[in-house]
Design a binder for this molecule. Structure first.
Ligand code: F0G
Length: 460
């Protein structure tokens, strides 16, 4: 008999945090107070928190020990030099600017590279990344393959770039209007979908032809590397660390939210091979973040990040991390819940348009579903649909093809039993889906509205 070898967590628990269980009545009150926006709930009122995988990881004993080695000097902290060494060794980028988190790096980079009227092609937008591009007068153009916009399509690399789309943009606007191509590994808004090494290599060749930079949003690069190892034959026997380095070598620089892959609660950086861009970034970081050897972080945060980066590219870690996400996806599929396929790297993305087909996108199906799941079980999820997409600079709503609800799995935090509870909650809501009505937005902030918008239920 063939007995499979299951994944299991390559760690054990040393400390636990007790969770609060709530009653349906308490959850109803909390959801009303939060204006039906899961971002506005108090985390105390949440049982299992799948809002995001950002800054929610459990650190290892080594990382905690590293925190005690924080050198809190204003300038030249030894933790900065340690981080710089690890970034160079793990990712290969030459120059490092630490920032308080990913968007700090996006702000600085956009200000340096983008001019009014520039075009920034990318493999699907990310909320903060696109906003920083727009705030300095750039225009984002989506060049991801069409398959990425179809939740049912099982393409193994839905993060791939459609090179024809890119070439058309280059011909239309001219290469001088395109400061860089913005490439995310493990594309968040597509459902944590990877880009293949083959596609990235072809993209490198095309951009070289026109002397256009590739800037890498490397927030979840290790997770992307795992899919390359599993799905691209030539990489079957390579380690995650080797694949990560190879991905980075195909790009010219990167912005990083270390709050994801790199297993820390706060931190990020800008990494770049070009000295002139680095020099300008070193000027700007002082304005927006802090001195170039701390960028808004404490020395101890940089030490935890350096150690987290090392742990993040270990094969056993990634196998268990994505194994857990996959397990939840399989449980959801068992209950026939429509999810984005293939199962992605950092969470399960439920297709809210298919779950609640009777609710028009303008009545926020994914936002509505987030509220329903919380009311059922205290599980907190996040909308990734029309609310997240926001408005164009002209004021019109972006109408994304994907109307998704993200069940994001924090790293090294929850158990398989938690995954069962989550899938069962989704299944219970699925059973009474026809009775669920949509919502209207009653308060809308100007920027990144999904964080603070408020809603009312229809006919309630
Ligand atoms: N790029 C990607 C792909 C991200 O997922 C995020 C954050 C950022 C950049 C910005 O980084 O938050 O450190 O400033 N994503 C979080 C999420 C917020 O929940 O998906 P940040």
């Amino acid at each position: 008999m063939y007995i499979k070898r299951s994944w299991a967590e390559p760690y054990k628990m040393k400390m636990v945090e007790l969770l609060k269980m709530t009653t349906p009545k308490q959850r109803k009150k909390a959801m009303e107070a939060a204006g039906y926006n899961t971002f506005l709930l108090r985390s105390e009122d949440v049982y299992i928190d799948l809002l995001t995988d950002s800054g929610t990881s459990a650190m290892s004993d080594h990382q905690w020990a590293g925190m005690m080695l924080g050198d809190e000097a204003y300038a030249g902290s030894r933790n900065f030099y340690h981080l710089e060494e690890i970034v160079k060794k793990t990712y290969g980028y030459q120059y490092l600017i630490p920032t308080h988190q990913g968007r700090g790096a996006e702000n600085i980079l956009s200000k340096i590279l983008i001019k009014e009227g520039d075009i920034i092609p990318g493999n699907m937008y990310f909320t903060t990344t696109r906003l920083h591009q727009e705030l300095v007068g750039g225009k984002f153009e989506d060049i991801i393959i069409d398959e990425a916009h179809d939740p049912e399509n099982e393409h193994p690399f839905k993060g791939n770039v459609d090179l024809n789309k890119l070439e058309r943009l280059i011909h239309k606007h001219g290469p001088e209007k395109i400061p860089y191509v913005s490439i995310a590994t493990s594309v968040n808004m597509a459902g944590g979908q990877p880009i293949s090494m083959e596609n990235l290599t072809a993209l490198r060749a095309l951009t070289n032809k026109y002397s256009i930079r590739i800037i890498h949003d490397m927030t979840r690069v290790a997770e992307n590397a795992y899919f390359i190892q599993q799905r691209e034959k030539a990489y079957k026997n390579k380690t995650i660390a080797q694949i990560v380095l190879e991905i980075c070598k195909l790009t010219d620089g990167a912005t990083m939210s270390a709050k994801k892959d790199a297993l820390v609660n706060i931190g990020g950086f800008l990494a770049i091979n070009d000295w002139e861009v680095f020099e300008e970034a070193r000027n700007l970081v002082v304005v927006y973040e802090g001195l170039h050897t701390y960028g808004g972080l404490a020395g101890r945060d940089m030490e935890a990040m350096a150690i987290g980066i090392r742990e993040s590219v270990q094969d056993n870690h990634i196998k268990a991390r994505i194994g857990q996400v996959e397990y939840l996806g399989q449980q959801m599929q068992f209950f026939n819940i429509p999810i984005v396929k293939p199962i992605g790297g950092h969470g399960i993305f439920v297709n809210a348009s298919k779950f609640l087909p009777h609710i028009p996108q303008t009545n926020f199906p994914a936002q509505t579903l987030a509220a329903e799941i919380y009311l059922d079980s205290g599980v907190r999820t996040m909308e990734r649909g029309i609310v997240s997409a926001g408005r164009k600079p002209s004021g019109e709503n972006y109408l994304p093809k994907l109307e998704l609800l993200r069940f994001t799995i924090p790293r090294r935090v929850y158990t398989q039993a938690h995954m069962d509870v989550i899938a069962e909650s989704a299944a219970r809501v699925y059973e009474h889906r026809k009775k669920i009505k949509g919502m209207t937005m009653v308060y809308e902030p100007k920027y990144l509205r999904f964080f603070q918008a408020r809603f009312d239920r229809l006919n309630s």
